[in-house]
Every structure is written in C-alpha cells, then in structure tokens.
Design a protein around this ligand. Structure first.
Ligand code: DGL
Length: 269
C-alpha cells in the first residue's frame, strides 16, 4: 500500500496547484493526476451533476489502486465530500482529503481584522460550503464573490493581460470595498492568477490558497496511517491524465507545473 500512488483530481489545470504543494512536501510520493477536461468547467454546473462527474473520476482512481484521494477542486469538494467519504474512506479504506476546510483554517489564522473574502466558482459560492466552514468561528465577517470567468482564462493559458485585469477589477471591487484583510482563493485555478489578484486587491491583503494547507493534511494523514512511500523506493514516476483532448492540456500543464508532467495520456471515466 505504501508504494501506491496518491490520486489527485480537478476539472482541469487548477488541481496542479495542489499537486505542486504535495510534490514539494512529499517528494517521494507517486501521484496520479486526472483533469476532467472533457467536463470542465465544473463551476457553472448543477451540484448534482458535479457530484456525478467527480464520482466517475474517483471511481477510476480507486480502480487504479490509489492509497488516498485528494479532491483538488473546491467545487467538487462542496458537491461530493460526504458521499466520497462514505464510498471510498468507509467502504474501501481509501482516505479522502478535500480543499475547503484547510483553506478556511488558514484564513482564520491569517486574519487580523476578522474580515475575510472568499472567491470561487458559482457552484462553490451557491453551496455556501465556505460559510459553513467558518460558521463556528465567532466574530467573523465573510464576504463571498463568484468569479466564473477566471477558470476560462486559466484553462486557455491566459494569466496576464488587459482583459483579465478588467474582469478581475470588476469581480474584486465588492471585496475591496468590504475592507477585508484576507482573501481565500476558493478555487484551485486561482493561485495561477495571484499576480493580477494581488495587484488588484493590494499587497496588504493576504491571499490564502488551499494548496499548501491541503498538502499539510495529505502529509499528516499519510504519517498517521504509517503509509508514506519509503525513501529507498526510488524516484517516483507520476502519471497525468485528461478526460478530453490531451495535447493542449499537456502543454499548459507543463507550463504551470514544469517538465515533471511529461506525457499526458487520455483516460475515459
Ligand atoms: N478548480 C476548481 C475549483 O477549485 C473548479 C473550477 C471549474 O471547473 O469551474 O473549484
């Protein structure tokens, strides 16, 4: 089991930000990454459909013998976490890690003025998953804002430029006006846009990405379960898959994550 890979998935490129952190913290671990690019974006879809799509991807990972599933997507985490815990963790003994709780924890630790902004997809905002995650924390004001077009920019490989800047200025205006000091990047695609987001929001605002705290959870869970891949097992070989056409996805994945991506293969789920 220790030598088995960790399964990480997202609707497309965003989950690579989580994969990056997992590789940094756990360089011995093997990763199987699936981008559900045939169905991207998840954000505008009804929660029930996102749930079905995410379960298809996770079933594929379970079939491939992963030792842990990381839902590296806020939209899917909001839609499917409870079902996934039952189906994989309880019934199959495969632990499931998600991205919303880790980001919320980190934001609470970061804020000084107790005013936190959350940006995410329409589905994540509508699900109120972040509001639930913050509910038990006293004296907190949370302002949510959906930024649906951000995912389209990232999936097209556009992370700078005037058009993106204009869209970001429009989306982020209510958050600037709300005097937040901490902004949760509640979509795993958004860390790829931190240049423009940080510029528009002002550098005084702390940007919280789920990637690093999620990787901490992955680390902690593998240590607790005593299932780290051993140092002597040799350099890990990662596998990257897309459910849609793989050429452009592979090119952009290499641009965002580097040559470690290698060849991206097509998978039907
Ligand atoms: N990266 C995903 C998230 O964290 C999904 C983006 C999308 O497909 O709309 O929400």
């Amino acid at each position: 089991m220790d030598a088995a890979p960790i399964g990480i998935f997202d609707s497309g490129l965003g989950g690579l930000t989580v994969a990056r952190s997992v590789m940094d913290k756990l360089p011995n671990e093997r990763i199987i990454y699936i981008g559900d690019t045939a169905n991207t974006p998840y954000g505008p879809k009804p929660i029930a459909l996102v749930r079905e799509l995410a379960l298809n991807v996770m079933d594929e990972m379970a079939t491939r013998g992963v030792k842990m599933i990381v839902i590296a997507c806020n939209t899917a985490s909001a839609a499917v976490l409870r079902d996934a815990r039952e189906r994989y963790e309880v019934d199959a003994g495969i632990p499931v890690i998600e991205v919303i709780q880790p980001a919320a924890r980190r934001a609470v630790a970061a804020t000084s003025n107790r005013r936190i902004g959350v940006i995410g997809t329409e589905a994540t905002v509508l699900s109120r998953a972040y509001l639930d995650a913050f509910a038990a924390v006293p004296d907190l004001t949370v302002i949510q804002q959906a930024c649906p077009r951000f995912v389209d920019f990232v999936e097209a490989g556009v992370t700078t430029g005037q058009q993106l800047y204009d869209v970001a200025t429009q989306y982020l205006r209510p958050l600037k006006e709300a005097d937040i000091d901490t902004l949760v990047l509640g979509c795993t695609h958004y860390p790829l846009l931190t240049g423009v987001i940080s510029h528009v929001m002002d550098e005084q605002v702390t940007l919280v990405s789920s990637a690093e705290s999620t990787a901490n959870d992955v680390y902690a869970k593998l240590v607790d379960a005593d299932s780290l891949r051993s140092d002597s097992a040799g350099a890990p070989e990662h596998e990257f898959y897309g459910t849609g056409p793989v050429d452009e996805f592979g090119m952009l994945a290499r641009r965002f994550l580097g040559p470690v991506v290698g060849k991206v293969q097509h998978v039907e789920v």
